[in-house]
Design a protein. Sequence first.
Lengths: 109, 112
Amino acid sequence: QQPVQSPQAVILREGEDAVINCSSSKALYSVHWYRQKHGEAPVFLMILLKGGEQKGHEKISASFNEKKQQSSLYLTASQLSYSGTYFCGTAYNNNDMRFGAGTRLTVKP
Amino acid sequence: DGGITQSPKYLFRKEGQNVTLSCEQNLNHDAMYWYRQDPGQGLRLIYYSQIVNDFQKGDIAEGYSVSREKKESFPLTVTSAQKNPTAFYLCASSIGVGNEQFFGPGTRLTVL
């Protein structure tokens, strides 16, 4: 039931873009995205519900492709503060969610 | 200030001892969760509770137990049956299951 995230890690220079993918083998009800900085608790970024909507949060946005059972997180013009580990959480109904293994993002000056 | 607290931040125990991790929230959330985090393995669900006096096993419940006697509290006991208890434990809460989760600062448990 755990979603699969890719890539496992990515290194960027400031100003570059990145895409993080989250895939499921089952039909999705919703997808959550969180970011965790080293030594801190995960922080909520956004929720996407089935319907293929796209959401945005500053320069971070996400899409949800219901047919492909996949969500993608887009980070544009990355900043140093974007560094951290990004987790997607997938739910197959409104009662159950599981997190992926995470994608470690490092933004360098 | 509303939030979710975990105590202690660091905990050391001898092998074979049970230990209880505290999790308290004053957000008036119905749902609460316990996750275990190991390097490279993300967040794995141990137990969750949708409402007082009710809880469900997650993917790695063996060797753990919980109680939910009060809405604001969801303590986790790591028993001696847990074969590899050393890990970082995170507690979270949400208005309801499926909503945005708010995480506590975590407890790092080391079993010697």
